[in-house]
Write a new protein. Sequence first.
Length: 364
Amino acid sequence: MFGCLFTLDYEIHGNGDGCPYELMVEPTERLLRLFDQYGAKLTIMADVAEIIKFKEYWQEHNEDVFYFNQIKQQLQQAILSGHDVQLHIHSSYFGSKFSNGSWDQNWLEYSLAELPYDRLFEIIGICKSFLEELIQPVQPDYRCSVFRAANWSMSPSYNIVQALINNGIKIDTSVWKYGKWDKIVQFDYSNAHSDLIPWYIDPNDVCRNSLEGKLLEIPIYCEERSIWHFITRNRLFRLNQASKHKHPASKFGYSAATQSAEKKTKSTVSKLKGLLTKKHAWKLDFNQCTGKQMIKALERIEKKYEHLDCDIPVVSIGHSKLFTAQNSRSLESFLKYVANEQSKYYFATFDEFDTTTFRALSIP
Ligand SMILES: [Zn+2]
């Protein structure tokens, strides 16, 4: 059977803009209500680095303008209702300051996997303990054991993989096969071990499996698709949001001049040709794909992997800040479909899988 696992990146805009109530608490409340109607389970990947900053601000100014207490209550309540909360870290919030209506982050620590081992070990340890101390008052046996990197940054792999293992993290869920970024954060997951089947990570390369690996990768499901599959209303909404809340590129040493020089090397015509003819990494994103697209993807997965006789997680990704009313209607059709196809699919959280079966499956 296939366990549908919905992971929600819970955070404000990447450049530090935005109100945590509007971008995190309110949409997640709607999402949880929708999921509860169908018995679906949400795994909230909470960016603990920013939540720590929201708490500090409340304690220093005696004013909870970043809604820390509502965030805490929401995460505790989610756990009590059978959902899950796990760890997401945007390291640039460490050392950040709130100024001129936005969090001015420590951009030198933006690219997570490039940080030195000691710093990674320290940051992951602080965030994991914070999350456990936040949840354990309502569920004493709660453990933080699953991780998603900021901007999916798991390459170069060695430092971050060791830092996760040595902090007791068991599962990473950052990789999406075919994914490639070469700007502020760089990675190339084209050769990832699988689009769906979990693997134990070779510490030198998150994309490779190793029978002795100690950290399990449960990838975000991804396919290669033509550009036409990317045209959805919610994707346009995301593009609009991204253009309004741009990163201050100059702070990364990635200047406008560099960008335009790079752009000139390729003509507009050849870029357009590439866009239309090449295939692109299409993540199973429950905010940006339509319900219909998600149902079709699940059917393709079932066809490709039905021969496996163990439960396989199908990880989709979303962002609380992108959950619109239109998205809600479309996602509901997918939840209905999964709820009605009980012989093939079920709603899952990470702790429900027998991870030992994946070691045998990842034998090349
Ligand atoms: Zn994030």
